[in-house]
Design a protein around this ligand. Structure first.
Ligand code: 13P
Length: 335
């Protein structure tokens, strides 16, 4: 696989006014989302739900690709078209979550490390054959008393860069995701310091593992205060802090940074992205790779009548895609 092909895929992922829809929840995680709205967590319900999302009319006007879960990459529309083939027909790139989730980091209470490197080369080979063109790996960094430790940051950066090198070897663009959680009462300054340390460590590790940044996408968390912090920054402060943090850590050759929503409500996720783009021009394209901030309104409506509300739920997905697509251009008008 040539670097040109990887770079082309990475550029397509962050095409102007487009971003990624993340629908790669594990069976366990989607089960929690379904339980909250009274939907049973069966394979057919998961398939039908993902079909509703992916076949929203005109989604490809604002969405360049979708991150799928292993099960979803192997599923098809009701009409029998594999989701990967459906996406490709529509001009959207199929992506795949390839990490195997987090586990407690031995010796470091309260900290996590992401697993999934064993056998990854073979899995990536298969995912490419099934149509995936990019892959995602999520590391999770908790902020709390005396954490994160340097060790936690380092082992997660190491795993992310091992995964990224394997992806590029197999022709998949790695979307590297070091998520700094917004759980807790920490202030925005603490989030800034932690995010800065995490990104510095990550890009050092990517360099050491010979990962080509032209064919890599960063999935970043925004620099926000913890959910339980009494002092919540306004939209402009989040935008300025996040941009400053990225500018001091992320090489300009990277084609794009896409953000996770991480528990922000829909409005804030969009407003923050829009504000960052209005502060541009920036060295890299800034767009979205939202999960909850793309889906939550649609899921709630679909759950009320899974067969009858498909078009109405799709309208909500499309509205979120359009708003975030405009925010990726710094042209969102609010509302
Ligand atoms: P959220 O936007 O819901 O945080 O999900 C994005 C994602 O893919 C997290 O790994």
């Amino acid at each position: 696989m040539s670097i040109e092909q990887l770079a082309d895929t990475a550029q397509a992922m962050v095409a102007p006014g487009k971003g990624i829809i993340a629908i790669d929840e594990s069976t366990n995680t989607i089960g929690k989302r379904f339980a909250a709205v009274g939907v049973e967590n069966t394979e057919e319900n998961r398939r039908a739900y993902r079909e509703m999302l992916l076949t929203a009319p005109k989604l490809s006007e604002h969405v360049s690709g979708a991150i799928l879960y292993d099960e979803t990459l192997r599923q098809s529309t009701r009409a029998g078209v594999p989701f990967a083939a459906y996406l490709a027909e529509q001009g959207m790139l199929p992506g795949i979550k390839v990490d195997r989730g987090t586990t407690a980091l031995a010796g470091f209470p309260g900290e996590l490390v992401t697993e999934g490197l064993d056998g990854l080369r073979g899995r990536l080979e298969e995912y490419y054959r099934l149509g995936a063109r990019f892959a995602k790996w999520r590391a999770v960094i908790n902020i709390g008393d005396d954490i994160p430790t340097g060790t936690c940051i380092e082992v997660n950066a190491h795993a992310l860069s091992r995964y990224a090198a394997l992806c590029q070897e197999q022709g998949l663009v790695p979307m590297v995701e070091p998520e700094v959680l917004m759980d807790g009462a920490h202030d925005i300054e603490t989030a800034y310091e932690v995010t800065e340390a995490v990104l510095r460590s990550l890009f050092g590790a990517l360099y050491e593992q010979n990962v080509l940044l032209e064919g890599t996408i960063l999935k970043a968390s925004m620099v926000v205060a913890g959910k339980d912090c009494a002092e919540q920054p306004d939209v402009q402060e989040v935008a300025e802090s996040t941009l400053m943090c990225l500018k001091s850590t992320v090489p300009a050759i990277l084609p794009g940074v896409v953000f996770l929503s991480g528990g922000q409500d829909d409005e804030h996720a969009t407003a923050h992205l829009d504000a960052m783009n209005r502060l541009g021009p920036n060295p890299w394209t800034l767009s979205f790779s939202y999960g909850r901030a793309m889906q939550q309104a649609a899921l709630a409506l679909w759950a009320k009548d899974m067969a009858g509300n498909v078009r109405k739920a799709q309208d909500l997905v499309l509205a979120r895609a359009r708003a975030n697509g405009l925010a990726a251009l710094g042209q969102w008008q609010g509302g």
